[in-house]
Design a protein. Structure first.
Lengths: 199, 272
């Protein structure tokens, strides 16, 4: 198929001057070649690639929008937590203040209560002492009466027990003794007339 | 087919009929496969058709299953597409209008890039755009495109012709500036667009040819060890120049597409 150079040199197209003369067949083939490629690109290649570029741009922009949304959400969450933290701090300090106040109140109340209790105890002690004293005095009175009666009966020589109980001589005597009408050393001498008058 | 390609890849014979060195020249860029005349099917045409098949298959199959998170293959396709889309299309034309010109810009960039890279790909080893017909086609497409865009955006041929005049020029110099602008718009732009690409590809490939063929001749037919050594150095230079070509091939595809975008942007602009 290939023709050696020596033979082709005979063709006018092989002459040096023809190098700037466009070859007809090559012109036609060149036009067809460019037309074919242009048609293929314009119909199949470029529209699809451009569509893909658009999709890619949309995907990237979508991704960016998502990222922005996520950032906004994160910022909102942060603000919320900070607000909650501030609230919690305020709450804590309020609770501390309350506790302090309450503590002071409790101490004051306890002090007051303790004071009242102490007064109550002192008062009850006083009462008890008084009652005991009263009881002792009552007991003493009856015992002194008995002893006196006993003593008097021994001195007089006869038992006055029944009669004295009936007549309340001893009581009368003791009442007189308390009121100061009778001197204790004169019990024996003045007892009888006074006892008679008391009845 | 591959045997044909391989044979055609190095059609130049370093040894002439008289036994002396025959330097590679522009005649070596004429590589017909079928026929000899103006309608011969040439090897660059075959390379261009193969590149169309490769590009069409790759990008159509990739775009058939696109995902927001790209696969490895989609990532590679997006690397090229994103470069044309963002660096050339959006940054030059502006984010409002650039999308409708993407098929055109992407076509120009990929077809030119793949065919340029063919200049250093083993067994292809021919930059298609070193054949003037192909840069002319590419420049013609851009030429038609930016004029049509201009006429449409200005609302008719008349307003478009008026818009070519740069604003704020005094009348006594205005006619001359307008003449220059007309030449720029209708002659210089398409001409430079086509010739820049064509010239770079032709010269670059010729340089590689000279180093390769010259190196081969010196190594095989050199009279002494020094000349044979120079042949080896020549091959080393071929490797360096191949890497250099790689940069040029990418750069030319980029410049061509960039200028196309700039011309379209200019046609879209409110003022000149």
């Amino acid at each position: 198929m290939h023709i050696p150079t020596q033979v082709t040199a005979e063709s006018p197209w092989a002459q040096a001057g023809h190098v700037i003369v466009p070859h007809y067949a090559e012109l036609i083939i060149g036009i067809i070649a460019f037309a074919v490629i242009y048609a293929l690109y314009a119909k199949f290649v470029v529209p699809r690639l451009e569509q893909m570029y658009d999709e890619r741009t949309a995907a990237i922009e979508g991704g960016m929008a998502q990222a922005e949304e996520a950032q906004a959400q994160a910022a909102a969450a942060k603000q919320k937590y900070e607000e909650q933290l501030t609230h919690a701090r305020a709450e804590a300090s309020r609770i501390r203040e309350d506790a302090k106040a309450q503590g002071a109140t409790i101490i004051a109340e306890a002090r007051e209560q303790a004071g009242t209790e102490a007064e109550r105890i002192v008062a009850s002690a006083h009462k008890q002492t008084e009652a005991e004293r009263q009881q002792a005095s009552v007991q003493l009175r009856s015992e002194v009466g008995a002893i006196s009666t006993n003593l008097a009966s021994r001195i007089v020589g006869e038992s006055l027990d029944d009669e004295t109980r009936r007549r309340g001589i001893v009581d009368r005597f003791l009442a007189d003794l308390e009121s100061g009408d009778v001197k204790p050393e004169k019990v024996g001498s003045t007892g009888t007339p006074d006892a008679g008058a008391g009845n | 087919m591959s045997a044909t390609l391989a044979a055609a890849a190095a059609p130049h014979a370093a040894v002439a009929a008289d036994g002396g060195f025959k330097a590679p020249g522009v005649a070596d860029f004429w590589q017909p496969l079928v026929g000899q005349g103006a309608f011969a099917f040439t090897r660059p045409a075959l390379v261009l058709i193969l590149s169309v098949g490769l590009l069409g298959w790759f990008f159509v199959s990739v775009s058939r299953k696109l995902e927001v998170v790209p696969s490895k293959r989609q990532f590679k396709a997006e690397l090229v597409y994103g470069f044309v889309r963002d660096t050339i299309g959006r940054d030059v034309i502006g984010s409002k209008d650039f999308r409708r010109f993407l098929p055109l810009l992407f076509t120009l960039f990929t077809v030119i890039l793949v065919n340029n890279l063919g200049g250093i790909i083993p067994f292809v080893q021919f930059p298609t755009f070193s054949r003037i017909a192909f840069p002319i086609v590419a420049a013609l497409i851009v030429y038609v495109a930016y004029h049509v865009v201009g006429i449409r955006s200005k609302g008719g041929v008349g307003p478009y012709m008026k818009s070519i005049m740069p604003p704020g020029i005094p009348w006594w110099i205005g006619w001359f500036v307008y003449l220059l602008e007309l030449v720029t718009f209708f002659i210089t732009r398409p001409l430079t667009l086509a010739l820049r690409l064509f010239g770079n590809m032709l010269a670059g490939h010729l340089l590689l040819l000279v180093f390769t063929v010259g190196g081969e001749y010196m190594l095989l037919h050199g009279g002494n060890i020094g000349i044979r050594g120079a042949g080896v150095v020549s091959f080393l230079f071929t490797i360096v120049m191949t890497l250099f070509e790689l940069v040029i091939e990418f750069l030319q595809a980029f410049i061509f597409t960039m200028l196309a975008a700039i011309y379209i942007a200019g046609a879209l602009a409110e003022e000149h």
